[in-house]
Design a protein. Structure first.
Length: 427
């Protein structure tokens, strides 16, 4: 079908808005044909392209695929149906089914600590994984790119059947991904450790997103990995000079409660009136966003604005309208301590000054390039004091330092590493 060698990329995420995977697809497609398996619709840039074949697999838990089950159950409870609103019954039964499925998953994972065969049962139970395996095996690709730990067992199985190569993108340190949640360490951590120990020795190359994460994998699994940073493309933007009386802070990304975005608002409330805060948040938790809006009205009225999100490849241009990228990622987990997140590099690419707490991996880069300020604590009063001490000259120097840093921290340089890895394993 294709006159070039092909790579199968497997990512159990909505790839059309997954910035890291989209960058990998863009750069790999220059040299290779791609067979991409994931959730959601194809990205607009793939339409009418012969070198990228997109396979969408439905994740029923994401797409509301339980409706057929709830319809069947509703038909066997006519008494409730006659006395209660139809929508209430559907929502209630669907909620009950989802909770029962969650309990069943937890039970299977618990049994995995007795026998690992239950981890295999848990992994291969969802239909979307079996569907992905079928397409991956049929792809006939020379190599498989497993995006995150969930894709690794599947990629390894497909690669074995085709005698193909594997590159594993681990992103963060997977065994501690959600370590702050009560169920993670007793249930998910041993399961992920099981799959990593089983399959990591079968990969031909292994990449992560930060040096500290790479070092942790080396310590725990004895394997070397290459760091490929989550950096965006270089965007050529006009310099924007701050208004000394209205310095604009910006934070973008997911509305995730664990990130404690309320601390950004509490900090702003303690800052000089010359500072305003702008949020550009994905609406993945509307109730949380509402609570942030309520807090803003209460303690910083008129100083916090909430804006509509934009697609990932437009975010750098969008945030370049502001002055300071603002991120307080509390060190309440290993991955948070080690983090070098997308938004941090987006701030640099957008030519912004940056304000963070004492996050060691991000702080190291800020010190290297001089592109921001590092508060000595995550406590809002201390962070506010750090911001209040900034002069206009400080902010202008930091913004210029970010522009210079983007010449070294960009997708073109980082994706060359990935291309080199594939060029080495695919002869």
């Amino acid at each position: 079908m294709w006159n070039r060698k092909s790579i199968c990329i497997i990512s159990f995420s909505p790839i059309y808005r997954d910035a890291r995977v989209l960058r990998q697809i863009k750069y790999l497609s220059v040299n290779y044909n791609l067979f991409v398996i994931g959730f959601g619709p194809p990205h607009k840039d793939w339409v009418n392209r012969n070198d990228i074949k997109w396979i969408s697999i439905e994740n029923q838990s994401m797409q509301g695929g339980e409706l057929a089950s709830t319809d069947k159950l509703r038909n066997i409870i006519p008494l409730l149906k006659s006395r209660l609103p139809n929508s209430w019954i559907t929502e209630s039964i669907q909620s009950i089914i989802q909770k029962l499925k969650l309990l069943l998953n937890f039970f299977i994972l618990g049994l995995g600590r007795i026998s690992p065969k239950f981890y295999e049962v848990w992994y291969w139970k969802p239909k979307y994984r079996l569907k992905a395996l079928k397409y991956a095996t049929q792809s006939g690709c020379y190599a498989f790119h497993a995006n995150d730990w969930e894709a690794l067992p599947l990629a390894a199985k497909a690669a074995e059947s085709l005698n193909a190569k594997i590159i594993f993108d681990a992103h963060e340190y997977a065994p501690l991904e959600l370590e702050n949640r009560w169920y993670w360490k007793p249930l998910f951590q041993p399961m992920i450790n099981y799959f990593l120990k089983k399959y990591l020795t079968k990969v031909d190359s292994f990449i992560t997103v930060a040096p500290a994460i790479s070092q942790r994998y080396k310590k725990e699994f004895g394997l070397n990995s290459q760091v490929i940073l989550n950096v965006p493309e270089i965007v050529f933007l006009k310099r924007k000079f701050p208004n000394a009386n209205k310095i604009q802070l910006v934070h973008h990304g997911g509305a995730v409660r664990d990130r404690k975005l309320e601390n950004l608002i509490k900090t702003l409330a303690l800052c000089d009136k010359r500072f305003d805060l702008n949020f550009i948040l994905l609406n993945n938790d509307s109730k949380y966003i509402e609570s942030l809006m309520d807090l803003s009205k209460s303690i910083a009225p008129g100083r916090v604005k909430f804006h509509e999100p934009v697609i990932s490849d437009k975010i750098v241009e969008r945030i370049s309208e502001y002055d300071i990228g603002f991120y307080l990622l509390e060190p309440n987990s290993f991955n948070n301590i080690a983090a070098l997140p997308n938004k941090f590099f987006d701030f640099i690419a957008a030519g912004l000054a940056i304000c963070i707490g004492p996050s060691p991996s991000m702080a190291k880069i800020i010190k290297q390039y001089g592109c921001g300020c590092i508060a000595p604590s995550f406590e809002p009063r201390i962070v506010a004091d750090t911001l209040n001490k900034l002069t206009m000259d400080d902010i202008l120097k930091m913004k210029e330092a970010s522009r210079k840093a983007s010449k070294y921290l960009n997708a073109e340089k980082e994706m060359k590493k990935l291309l080199n890895l594939y060029n080495e394993i695919i002869k």
